[in-house]
Design a protein around this ligand. Sequence first.
Ligand code: ASP
Length: 336
Amino acid sequence: MRKKVCMIYTGGTIGMVPTESGFAPKKGYFAGELAKIADLKDPSMPEFDLIEYDPLLDSSNITFEQWNQMASTIKEHYDEYDGFVILHGTDTMAYSASALSFMLENLDKPVIFTGSQIPMCNLRSDGKDNIITSLLIAASGRVHEVALFFGHSLIRGNRAMKMSSDGLIAFESPNYPPLATVGIDIEYHESRLLPHPKGRFRVHFMKPVRMAVIKLFPGIQFDLFAPIVSENIDALILETFGTGNIPNYANSLPPLIEKAIENGTSVIVCTQCPQGTVRLGAYEVSSSLEKAGAASGYNMTTEAAVAKICYLVSRGIERHLIASYMEDDLRGELDH
Ligand code: ASP
């Protein structure tokens, strides 16, 4: 029997058309583009149904509400399909893939994010190949997690980063090798995939979370940030230098971090380096973070850290416990 995949179209370049103010999604248009792809009718392809969201969004406009919408579509149709393909704009795809990885607990079916850099209405669109391969992966029964397919590799959703704004290999997973490599064959790397889950599939929904991400740069004036470090903020992610290093010259960041932690704000240390890990205390300039109680994001992407905080706060984890949960590996998003 042919496998069945649910394809969810949320928006993004893949189904966009040119308008006077640049590319934008158009209601009802994408189904027509799909119908033109004769290969989708090949008997070796899975059957699929298309669910088009309304409104369709440029992914710059995606918020936790669309994460909830995607999770709820998957929850509603979980038993009807062998897998899911989510067509999404590339700009924030890594955030959504990370978010869904936390929201879908004990996921036993593939949920594959994809999209394109060139719209389907243009010659040379990368959309067709990305769709065909994602459908095959979603029907394969080999993947039990949220992943992202783009170009020629399948990568873990919560390890993905958009690395190129215009290249066709737009995504990379700098700290975890690909789950599958796509050449003449789709070669799954079994040992890198998450195993079948043991528990029952559950969906957790997201709530709005008050958080900030501060990217450090030489000479940063921390006093400008003092007003946002208040009791009103649940979490603060610092994108630090190298292994978690921050300037510690007089009146710089350490007092601000101490104040944030006293207020009950979770402070998470990520690195600006796409590859490698945070090691608090390796240098004198990161030891104050460790002493103040900041959590290490290890080699987690900032995208995954944002989604994970949103997930933990939404689950009602007490503020003072969030930092320690951030250091745990929940869905294959980090290594110690
Ligand atoms: N701005 C588009 C989006 O993220 C870019 C893309 O899809 O490639 O929705």
